[in-house]
Each structure stands twice: as C-alpha cells, then as structure tokens.
Ligand binder design. Structure first.
Ligand code: ATP
Ligand code: MG
Length: 444
C-alpha cells in the first residue's frame, strides 16, 4: 500500500463523474476504488481516456444508488453511471471461484475449453486484482484513504515500462485471446515492452483469435487504430505476427509487397489518422479499413480484369469478396462497409480527365475521402503521384478555370462550365461550387 503522500495521484486529476461515483459508493458503506487504465495512466502522468471504478457493491446495488445508471453486458455484467457526456464504468470485484449461485441469483462463471465465456462471480478486492490482465492494470486508488494499492507488482512494471501478465501466460490467453491484442495495444500506446514471457505464446496461441467474437475485434481495432497511436499499434502487430490473425488478406498482401509500397501507404494512412486525433479532428473507421485492405482488393481487382471482367464490375466483385472475407474476423458495421467500397470504387476514376468526368467525380459525396486516399497511394507509381498533383491543382481552380484547363470546348458550347451544362446539371454544378468551400473533412 502506497500512502497518499508517497504517490503523485491526486483527486484533482479524477473526473467529476468518477469522484461522484467513488464518494457515493463509499458513503453508502461500500468499498470503492479507481482502477485499471486510469490509475496506470495517472501514475504515468498521462491523461486517462476514461475512468473505471471497482467496488464491493453489486450492479443492482450500484443502480439503486445512482439515478443515472444502466446495467450492461452479459459476459461481464457491469454498471454504467452517466454524467452528461461522461460514462463511468463500475465493475463489482470479481472472485476466482468456480461459480454457482451466490445467493441472489447473479453469480455465474462459465468456462469452456479454458475460455471464460461469462465472468460474474463476485469476490474480494485481492481476488479482483488477480483476474485482471496485466500487472500495471491491477492498481487501485482507494477513495477511503487516497492510497494506491498494488497487490501484484504493478508499480515495479510501471517503473520498468513493461507489460507482465498476472498468472500463467498461456492460461490467461486461453481464457481470453483478446488479451494478446490488449498487450499489443498497451505496448503501442504506452511505449512499453511486452515481457518475453507474455510474448512467447503469441505464435502458438494467436490463432485462438479466430474464435473471438468479430464485433469485439472491431471494438478492439477501433481502440488500436483510432485512438491516436494507430501507427505504433500496426507496427507492433506486424512485429509480433498478429496481423495475420486480424487481417489475413492484408498480411498476405504485405508478404508479397517487395517494393514496400503497400506498407508505406498503410503507414502513411495511419500516421495521418494519428495526426487528426492529436489535432482533435474526427476520424472514421471507414478510411482506415479502406487503407488496411487496399493491397488485397487492388490485387484481386487487377486479377479479375486480367481475366476479362470489365473494370467497374471487377472492382465491385473484388470489394465484395474482400469485405465478406474480412467480416468473418472483424465485424465492420454495414454503414462503414458502404463507405469503404465507395472510396475504392472511385480510385480508377481519377485516371479520367475528360471535362464531364472530372466535374462528375468532384461532385461525388465521397470525393474528398477518395482524393485523400489517392494521395496516400502516391508511392505506387509516378503516374499516381502526377495524378494526385493534378487533382490537387484541379481543386484550387474555379470551375471556369478548371473547365478552361481541360482543353477547348466543343464548338458552339457557351463559355463557362456551369453554362455548358443542361439545366439539371447546372444545379448540381452550383451545389458542387458550394461543397468545395464547406468541404467536409475527409474522414467524417
Ligand atoms: P484504456 O486506457 O485503453 O482504457 P484500460 O486498461 O483502462 O485501457 P479497459 O478496456 O478500459 O482498458 O479496461 C479497464 C481495466 O479492466 C483494465 O485495466 C484491466 O484491469 C481490466 N480488463 C479489461 N479487459 C480485460 C481482459 N480482457 N482481461 C482481464 N482484465 C481486463
Ligand atoms: Mg479504461
């Protein structure tokens, strides 16, 4: 136990919502601690993403204490206490027992082939610490006396900047294979090393990720790639050979990427996303998945075209096939799926520079995202680099200037691009002009 005057974690750094929850629980006679990422990050002098609370109160007892409370989860039941935009996650101390009814019908733990499918047996704080994943994640800040409690050596690991699992590595990964991805993600986020013992089973047990629920893997992907440390996460995944478990097609494409162009493109896309997050701009999974899956879809589309399928159909089929395969691993919600396929489908259209097609492409709602995507592909060839520069210039010109730059108009056509269009088109042209000013950010 580290008393309050011997650590740097102070109440001032804890969110309003989390403090309300901690004090509310304590005043009602329950034990209440801040736990997990928040304690870890505050001790590292980083700003926590969210605040998790662990308590001796059951979810039902938590609900009775806070009006603004929702019980969620089946596999892992917990309470969400909501304060405006802030959600404080409140978990009851978990036990290590094998389960059975705890008297009020809520305790159960379900394990199949070593995998924990449900984990709802309540326990003591000491037991709770032991079932957490990494030592650095099992530190508690006790609201009763403001001490930090370290049951498993988490402080030592924080000092050494390394991630060690609690308990036997293989057993803990079998219980929940997603812990392998959590190791990668936290190593990337914190700049920590993964302890050799924690890393050793990755090769042998990585394939267990194939059985993890695809929706959960999508959530984990968002945390890895859209939280500001996506490039580091990608490099760590590649280094540990786990890319093939999450994105098998991408891993194959990267293995054949002799020039390194695909890898460079993915890294550019991820770095761009990280910059956006750092600047507080919005990011979307669609752009990111479009980047990650590009190598595979481009190869497949080229193959289908070589076999005689017309271009647009080849792209459509390639996109469908790649998305269907990827969906077996990572469940990409439909609305992102559409956006991804559109970004891809627009790529070949950048090669066409007739007046009509240029203006049509620029009016497309996904133009901006597709254009940013094109810029990332600059390394693929000189032609693409030139194309990117051409489209950058095209957007800097007024519609009339752009039209003029596209060569002489057919004889008899009135001057000005907008005037050259039939009525319906002209309206569209007008909207396009506006869209160019209030151009939405790429990734929205
Ligand atoms: P972040 O900073 O990204 O929120 P975190 O460590 O807080 O990282 P959460 O998903 O918020 O991650 O989980 C909170 C805590 O719950 C973790 O610190 C850990 O103690 C515990 N935990 C989460 N997922 C698991 C898991 N799969 N197995 C064991 N313990 C877990
Ligand atoms: Mg957290």
């Amino acid at each position: 136990m580290i008393p309050r005057d011997q650590h740097n974690l102070s109440r001032k750094q804890i969110s309003h919502g989390a403090l309300r929850v901690l004090y509310g629980l304590k005043d009602a006679g329950f034990r209440a601690c801040l736990v997990g990422g928040a304690v870890r990050d505050l001790l590292l002098e980083r700003r926590p993403k969210d605040f998790d609370v662990a308590t001796s109160a059951t979810p039902e007892e938590v609900r009775k204490l806070f009006r603004n409370c929702r019980l969620i989860g089946r596999r892992f039941r917990l309470a969400h206490v909501i304060f405006g935009p802030e959600i404080v996650e409140v978990a009851t101390f978990r036990g290590t027992g094998t389960g059975g009814d705890d008297g009020n019908g809520t305790g159960d733990r379900h394990v199949v082939d070593g995998r924990i499918l449900r984990d709802n047996v309540w326990g003591t704080i000491e037991e709770d610490a032991l079932r957490r994943d990494f030592r650095v994640n099992a530190l508690y800040y006790d609201i009763a006396d403001f001490s930090v409690i370290d049951f498993v050596g988490g402080i030592e690991d924080l000092e050494q900047k390394r991630l060690r699992l609690i308990g036997d590595a293989a057993t803990r990964y079998r219980e929940d294979p997603v812990r392998m991805l959590r190791a990668v993600r936290l190593a990337a986020k914190l700049g920590f090393t993964i302890d050799p013992v924690a890393e050793a089973p990755f090769d042998a047990l990585g394939s267990l990720l194939a059985d993890a629920p695809p929706a959960r893997l999508f959530d984990e992907c968002q945390k890895m790639f859209l939280a500001g440390y996506g490039l580091a996460s990608f490099r760590t995944l590649v280094r540990y050979g786990l890319m093939k478990q999450l994105f098998p097609g991408t891993a194959r494409a990267l293995a054949q990427d002799d020039s390194g162009a695909l890898r460079a493109m993915i890294e550019r896309g991820l770095a761009g996303t990280d910059t956006r997050v750092a600047d507080g701009r919005p990011v979307t999974p669609a752009f990111l998945f479009a980047v990650l899956l590009w190598g595979e879809v481009a190869t497949l589309a080229a193959k289908l075209q070589a076999e005689g399928t017309v271009r647009s159909l080849a792209w459509q089929r390639a996109a469908h096939r790649v998305m269907a395969e990827q969906g077996k691993r990572v469940a990409i919600p439909r609305r992102f799926g559409y956006a991804i396929e559109e970004i891809w489908a627009l790529q070949p259209r950048f090669a066409e520079r007739t007046r009509k097609r240029v203006f049509r492409l620029m009016a497309h709602p996904r133009f901006r995202a597709a254009y940013d995507f094109l810029l990332m592909r600059a390394d693929e060839s000189d032609a693409l680099r030139e194309s990117g520069e051409w489209w950058t210039r095209a957007q800097e010109l007024s519609p009339d200037e752009l039209s003029a730059s596209l060569g002489p108009r057919p004889p008899g056509a009135p001057a000005g691009e907008a005037a050259a269009k039939p009525k319906r088109r002209r309206r569209r042209g007008g909207r396009r002009g506006k869209a160019a000013d209030t151009r939405p950010d790429t990734q929205e």
